[in-house]
Write a protein that binds this ligand. Structure first.
Ligand SMILES: *[C@@H]1O[C@H](CO)[C@@H](O)[C@H](O)[C@H]1NC(C)=O
Ligand SMILES: *[C@@H]1O[C@H](CO)[C@@H](O)[C@H](O)[C@H]1NC(C)=O
Ligand SMILES: *[C@@H]1O[C@H](CO)[C@@H](O)[C@H](O)[C@H]1NC(C)=O
Length: 350
């Protein structure tokens, strides 16, 4: 009978959601008052909807499991940052570009500046909000909006120092027009540039960082589709990314030793995705490289408006070229509950 097939997802959802939901109460909301999000499509919650770009995620089936509405998130449901917000008992951080001036003057729980396609370098997909532009917008919020809420300089300073700054970027810098261009030399250069931008965010008042490393792009659908045999990860790409990720922890530890009160949590998305290819079946993920949208591995592998998705979106690691909600949900569990992929060297948030 099909009974097991149908009950499995419910058991899973209960297992995954309950600890996250109940953990809300065990946190003093004052501990982390807000999340400010910087980065690319992995964490964009809709900024690109407001930019004149050829591609966005403003149409179904994106968001099909997010109340059935596209929001600009590049997945079928919640992103890893949405799960982080749930874990901290905070609302989802709205996209900066979608907020009116009045809304910007009132929001105390954080804002999302992330923009799909963006990178660390200003020349990477420069029609998106590059990291520099995201930092500029954050500076604007500090100067123009937050003073409406925190009218004493000390209060504002405290708010920023207690807030969590999530940064998830770097993968797009490694691709030029769809072609991988990473190398260990490039990784060193990129890390230097990234460090400068983290210092910039720090200089604006941030103290607690949650940094997500670069995912194993060699396993992304459009790359795995070209591997031999099909579906295998491209190890050359993964090795170059590994070299960056390896340096990233050193950069973060160095910043911590140099900057007063700089603290960070490091999240190993790279290893998580590799592991999920092997162990995903335990959670019902049976398809580890083909996208769910389009439900087809020929052509450009792009998810177009109203494409029909795979029949069960919880069986696919990738929704389009981005992780599916189920992958993000398992990530959240491994990060916040099992604590296997998120590590801190100092402050305890999780
Ligand atoms: C953006 O990138 C394009 C192509 O790389 C380049 O021609 C252009 O000058 C850049 N624009 C800015 C404002 O940096
Ligand atoms: C990017 O790739 C497309 C398709 O492969 C090609 O037509 C275009 O000329 C390329 N652009 C650049 C700047 O290399
Ligand atoms: C997705 O939509 C595009 C554009 O409408 C269409 O050309 C393509 O065949 C669709 N793919 C699938 C697998 O349905």
């Amino acid at each position: 009978m099909n009974t097991q097939y149908f009950t499995f997802p419910y058991v899973l959802i209960t297992l995954l959601l309950l600890p996250l939901a109940s953990s809300k109460n065990s946190y003093n909301p004052k501990q982390i008052p807000a999340i400010y999000v910087f980065g690319d499509s992995l964490v964009d919650s809709g900024n690109n909807n407001y930019l004149p770009l050829n591609s966005n995620a403003k149409f179904l089936p994106y968001g099909i499991d997010f109340g059935g509405k596209p929001t600009g998130r590049y997945t079928n449901g919640k992103t890893v940052v949405d799960y982080l917000a749930i874990h901290l008992g905070l609302p989802f951080a709205p996209p900066y570009l979608g907020l009116s001036k009045n809304q910007r003057n009132k929001i105390t729980t954080g804002i999302n500046f992330a923009s799909a396609g963006s990178g660390i370098l200003p020349e990477t997909n420069n029609k998106t909000l590059t990291l520099d532009k995201q930092i500029k917008l954050f500076r604007r919020v500090i100067k123009n909006n937050l003073p409406y809420i925190f009218n004493e300089q000390d209060e504002l300073k405290r708010h920023l120092s207690e807030s969590l700054f999530i940064v998830s970027t770097g993968v797009n810098d490694n691709f030029h027009n769809g072609t991988f261009c990473g190398s260990s030399n490039f990784a060193s250069y990129l890390l230097k540039e990234f460090s400068l931008r983290l210092q910039k965010i720090y200089s604006l008042g941030a103290r607690k960082f949650f940094v997500i490393n670069i995912p194993a792009a060699g396993c992304f659908p459009m790359i795995a589709a070209k591997s031999k045999p099909r579906g295998k990860c491209n190890m050359k790409i993964n090795r170059a990314i590994f070299s960056y990720n390896n340096g990233l922890t050193n950069v973060l530890r160095k910043l911590q030793s140099q900057l007063i009160d700089f603290t960070f949590m490091h999240s190993d998305l790279y290893q998580f995705l590799l592991d999920l290819r092997e162990t995903g079946y335990k959670y019902g993920i049976v398809e580890t490289w083909k996208p769910c949208c389009p439900n087809d591995i020929y052509g450009d592998l792009k998810c177009y408006p109203y494409n029909v998705t795979c029949p069960n979106r919880n069986t696919h690691l990738f929704f389009d070229v981005h992780p599916s909600q189920i992958a993000n949900q398992i990530y959240a569990r491994r990060c916040f509950i099992d604590k296997t992929i998120c590590k801190t060297w100092s402050f305890k948030i999780l």
